[in-house]
Design a protein. Structure first.
Length: 738
């Protein structure tokens, strides 16, 4: 049965309520009437009980009409597994292409706890674009990922899995490595499908794509419900939006989420141009230079002190790079902890003691540069797998098992960076951020570091997107299954940290690994991007910047493990591409050092490996950063817009180690709008040879073409096809006016 209006309708199975399709031009497929939703409940022993909509014996559809809105109630009764009734309310306004879904569960027995709801389930053809299909998928992992070959997603590391215990580091978890709470099926001119949770409380969710039999895939929006069941009933207090996209591309999907966020979400900080929490250096766009003071490029071996220790040994390299980049530098240290590398939560005092660390901070500040440090977030280290370091005695003496995240059956272990020597960094657990002791411990460590005048503290490295691990403890005082309380606990901790940093004149910033997930942006305004991780599964796209750039700028990061997937020998310009990609996403640039002050490909890459061509990297960083410094109204404070079309005449390929390729343009383009409504478009040629671009100027408009910030623009007339040349390793700016 079809329900809706001419511009938008749903097609439901009248006997089961299964979603068969809607006006998505045939993109949705569910010929077997697979389930509309699934509930996850825990019994008193913590075992998971799953109930699909097909396991209710009675079903009916109630259709009503309000002013300009069709309202459906899908009612499911007499569950064959456990006593409960479930109803789904669907609102379809007649003036748009969206539907708004809410789930209600009643009659939940005291013997079980409702943990999550996964729905509405959207099914579509498994054959994506690489297999001759019409579509690709947008997945909000690591700032944004397009998947056009599901087999690539399945064969890569971190295969799709339902969110459960223990919390994974790199999977479809929101708020975490998935920084946004929406998915999209994209068919270009054929249209698209958007599925998003418009949840301003930002409760935890699984946001994934799963197989549904041999020929179909499905979206999962696994909403955790802990703490929201009252008197045996759960009522969803936000909408899950199922919408039709007229044009099926990732930017159109991001617009739906951005429009909702700007209208209805009050968790965002003030926009950057008005944010008094920012230090002065933020708008000066320092180049981040990351390096370890122990070891030779990874976490293996004896990790002896290297040429950058004592800390001041790095000063000549930092000064040299500052001059070559013509930029302020933020030196970002790894392996500096006096405990052990990546051995949370304790980091202080620094390796070698406080005084030599202070000396380096002061020396950097005296020459106009900055210092940041990596930490390892809310993990707990029993023993280091890198050095001789143990907290086992303290753990037993203080009964710290009471502070750790616990699974639903009482189990306690961690998978984030855990493992024996040569497989992980430590053996330990995840701490529960809802515990007072945990918050106090984290805050004390942060206060020790920022009192040393450090400018940036990436304390929440290994908390992807800033998301802490989930906890099922029945003894901590929080609900026994995850829910909004989990996000609230992290926000409370970030607020305490913000209070501590605000007392300091230097306004040090706190950050995490990957961009901060949506609810955590206000507490983490500078973060270490992880878009490179997406290349094991698909193609990175800057959806995060498209949505959030006016509120936060991040930096390119240490690009950890890029060499695991990308073949540096077959595409030696890939580091240049990554730098240009970062610039086009509106973020600050960074490089990673190996020995002798040389720039390396990425972290977890031995220094003995051949580095990239140094001068090309230096030239590109310098040539791009001068634009960031000259035009902060766009590249620091501006909003990303859908770019005007142009033709660069050629493409660019990233080559994976398995021989598959990822296609991009050889000239990257991004369009920006300032707060006063002016628009510009930047074009980046990241290759070491000149490239041409052709485009049409709209009738009645003119374009000012700038080859450098300090060069007078050339006026390009309207209604003409123009070809411009872009010098190697540089960017140009097109300023549109009427």
């Amino acid at each position: 049965m079809k329900i809706g209006h001419p511009n938008f309708h749903l097609e439901l199975d009248g006997k089961t309520g299964a979603l068969i399709g809607f006006n998505s031009n045939g993109l949705l497929k569910n010929p077997r009437g697979l389930a509309l939703f699934e509930l996850g409940l825990r019994d008193q022993e913590g075992r998971l009980i799953c109930i699909e909509s097909s396991q209710y014996q009675d079903f009916q559809i109630q259709e009503n009409f309000e002013s300009g809105v069709t309202v459906l109630n899908l009612v499911y009764r007499n569950c064959s597994v456990l006593p409960n009734d479930c109803s789904v309310q669907v609102r379809i306004p007649h003036d748009g292409c969206q539907s708004f879904w809410r789930f209600y569960v009643r009659g939940i027995d005291d013997s079980v706890t409702l943990e999550w709801i996964d729905g509405p389930r959207v099914y579509f053809d498994r054959s994506l674009r690489t297999d001759g299909g019409a579509c690709e998928i947008f997945w909000p992992a690591n700032e944004g990922c397009l998947i056009d070959d599901y087999a690539q997603r399945e064969k890569a590391g971190y295969k799709p899995r339902r969110i459960d215990y223990p919390t994974p580091g790199v999977w479809g978890f929101y708020p975490g490595d998935c920084q946004m709470q929406y998915l999209a099926l994209l068919g270009n001119e054929q249209g698209g499908v958007y599925l998003g949770a418009h949840d301003a409380a930002h409760g935890p969710k699984g946001v994934e794509i799963f197989p549904a039999g041999d020929s179909l895939l499905r979206f999962a929006m696994q909403v955790f419900c802990g703490g929201q069941v009252k008197d045996g009933a759960y009522e969803m207090d936000f909408d899950i939006v199922l919408a039709s996209l007229q044009i099926g591309n990732w930017m159109q999907a991001a617009l739906v989420y951005r429009d909702w966020m700007e209208k209805d979400d009050h968790s965002l900080p003030v926009k950057l141009h008005s944010n008094s929490d920012l230090p002065d250096w933020y708008v000066q766009s320092p180049v981040v230079v990351a390096y370890p003071v122990r070891g030779d490029g990874d976490d293996k071996g004896d990790l002896n002190c290297n040429e950058y220790y004592p800390y001041t040994q790095a000063l000549p390299v930092i000064e040299k790079l500052g001059k070559e980049f013509n930029s302020k530098i933020l030196a970002l240290l790894m392996h500096w902890e006096g405990t052990a590398p990546w051995a949370p939560p304790y980091v202080w005092p620094p390796l070698g003691g406080e005084q030599i660390f202070y000396d380096y901070v002061q020396a950097l500040h005296e020459i106009g540069h900055l210092l940041g440090v990596y930490c390892s977030g809310t993990g707990w280290t029993q023993t280091s797998s890198i050095l001789q370091y143990s907290c086992e005695e303290q753990f037993q003496r203080e009964n710290l098992d009471r502070q750790m995240c616990v699974g639903p059956e009482g189990q306690m272990y961690s998978v984030i960076c855990n493992g024996p020597k040569d497989q992980g960094q430590r053996i330990g657990f995840d701490m529960c951020v809802d515990r007072q002791w945990v918050g106090d411990t984290v805050l004390r460590e942060i206060e020790k570091v920022i009192q040393a005048d450090v400018d940036y503290l990436q304390f929440f490295d290994q908390n992807m997107g800033g998301g802490p691990a989930l906890c099922w403890s029945k003894d901590h005082g929080h609900p026994s299954v995850p829910g909004c309380w989990h996000t609230d606990a992290m926000l409370e901790l970030l607020e305490k940290i913000k209070h501590a940093t605000s007392k300091l004149q230097t306004k040090p910033l706190i950050g995490c690994e990957a961009a901060a997930a949506h609810p955590f942006i206000s507490g983490m305004l500078f973060n270490d991007l992880r878009f490179n991780l997406n290349w094991q599964w698909g193609k990175s796209v800057p959806a995060y910047g498209f949505i959030f750039h006016e509120y936060v700028n991040n930096f390119m990061g240490n690009q950890v493990c890029t060499n695991w997937w990308i073949d540096h020998e077959k595409c030696p310009s890939n580091l240049l591409f990554r730098i240009a990609y970062t610039f086009s996403a509106g973020d600050m640039l960074s490089v990673l050092l190996k020995d002798h002050g040389d720039i390396h490909w990425d972290w977890v890459n031995k220094w003995s490996n051949t580095p990239p061509v140094q001068q090309s990297v230096i030239d590109l960083v310098r040539n791009l950063n001068i634009w960031r410094v000259a035009y902060p109204e766009y590249l620091c404070f501006g909003k990303i817009m859908i770019p005007d079309r142009l033709d660069s005449g050629r493409g660019y390929q990233l080559i994976r180690r398995d021989g598959t390729i990822i296609k991009y343009d050889s000239v990257l383009s991004s369009k920006w709008e300032s707060i006063d409504g002016h628009c510009v478009q930047f074009l980046v040629n990241f290759l070491p040879q000149e490239q041409s671009v052709t485009f049409q100027v709209e009738p009645g408009h003119k374009i000012n073409f700038f080859t450098a910030p300090d060069v007078k623009g050339i006026v390009l007339k309207s209604s003409q096809l123009h070809e411009i040349m872009i010098a190697p390793l540089s960017a140009v700016m097109l300023e549109s006016s009427i």
